[in-house]
Design a protein around this ligand. Structure first.
Ligand code: FE2
Length: 374
């Protein structure tokens, strides 16, 4: 494993400064029902809506917010739309990983000049609350990066969206911000996409995991983590590696019908509270065998949390030279074994839980076997 520090990354001029993740938009089969799930189970607040009632004829979109995490769930009204096509091919999945910028025109021009495939030229949108400028480029699979410039806008979300007429009383679980978003790409494509983020968006390679770091008896993967200059946006990219049986990345690509977002990691300051609440509300997490906890403190050193509590909730721990981190992974949140979530609490550590890969992947393989996909 190799890693660079953010100090090194920050010394160079950033031609594409990013303020962080603006929002993540999913194309789904039934946005109304998905919005209920994210409110009731995950504690997001419904903050905005666009659809037939607000003059948008071809779709309905629900905007959900908790801490700095903003999700949009969008469903098509028309069977022939690109939204319907996306859902038919991929199932529910991430369409837009949207980045918050100060200048969406400059971001677009810089990216396209360096080889990005354009999706949407800088476009001004306005209503009585001000204006925004949005542009967009393609990334892996059918996933798109939008650049969102919103400093001149004061509305509930973006022009065209209104405050919802109805929402349930949601109780937050302590989700703070997006920590990283992981993409699964096809065999042999990881380095191409790492190069894309380096050349086109000015990201830097932060970490490399090879199949020796992360292979289990059956499944293996390769992973490289790229980060923007200030470290606010981190995109690990996975590709399958040879194993005795089908890798978890191959299973994803087979069911998603191509490359796409594998997991979204969301940060919390109190993972015990967050995961306890999510479990109580029915969210399913990957199982970790009890023996993981037997020599935990010998492996990771002293931690503030009570090991029994972590064991009860199946929370994993890892340490690097800067501190430790606590993490846990949900089972896929669709019927296809595609996107899942990670909940992460960083106590100094800036890495990704390499020490947990083996336990984690064995757990994923147990689930793959239950699905008949190993
Ligand atoms: Fe992760």
């Amino acid at each position: 494993m190799k890693r660079e520090s953010f100090d090194t990354l920050q010394q160079e001029v950033d031609f594409l400064p990013l303020n962080g993740t603006d929002h993540i938009e999913f194309y789904v089969g039934n946005a109304k029902q998905s919005a209920y799930y994210y409110q009731a189970a995950w504690g997001y607040e419904l903050i905005a809506y666009a659809g037939p009632e607000t003059g948008v004829r071809d779709r309905a979109s629900y905007v959900l917010k908790q801490g700095k995490v903003t999700l949009i769930l969008t469903t098509a009204m028309d069977p022939d739309s690109e939204i319907s096509n996306h859902v038919r091919t991929h199932g529910d999945g991430v369409k837009f990983l949207s980045l918050w910028v100060d200048d969406a025109t400059h971001s677009y021009n810089e990216a396209v000049k360096r080889g990005a495939r354009p999706f949407m030229e800088p476009t001004r949108m306005e209503d009585e609350n001000g204006h925004v400028i949005i542009s967009a480029i393609h990334t892996y699979g059918e996933t798109i990066h939008k650049f969102v410039e919103r400093s001149n806008y004061n509305g509930p979300f973006l022009p065209g969206f209104e405050k919802p007429s109805h929402k349930i009383e949601s109780v937050p679980v302590g989700l703070k911000h997006v920590d990283h978003c992981v993409g699964n790409v096809e065999l042999g494509k990881m380095n191409d996409w790492v190069k894309f983020y380096e050349d086109v968006l000015g990201f830097k390679l932060l970490l490399t995991f090879d199949d020796e770091d992360i292979s289990t008896e059956y499944s293996a993967l390769m992973s490289k983590v790229v980060s923007n200059g200030n470290g606010y946006v981190k995109f690990p990219i996975n590709e399958p590696a040879d194993g005795k049986k089908k890798s978890q990345i191959e299973e994803y690509i087979e069911f998603y019908k191509g490359a796409g977002v594998q997991h979204i990691a969301v940060a919390t300051d109190d993972i015990i509270h967050t995961v306890g609440e999510l479990r109580r509300r029915g969210i399913e997490f990957l199982y970790v065998p009890d023996n993981y906890y037997e020599d935990l403190i010998d492996r990771v050193g002293a931690i503030e949390e009570d090991v029994e509590e972590l064991k009860k909730l199946n929370i994993l721990v890892d340490r690097d030279d800067e501190g430790y981190l606590l993490q846990i992974f949900t089972k896929p949140v669709e019927d296809r074994p595609t996107l899942f979530y990670e909940i992460i609490q960083r106590c100094g550590a800036q890495s990704f839980g390499k020490g947990n890969f083996k336990a984690l992947f064995e757990s994923i393989e147990r689930e793959q076997a239950r699905r008949g996909n190993l």
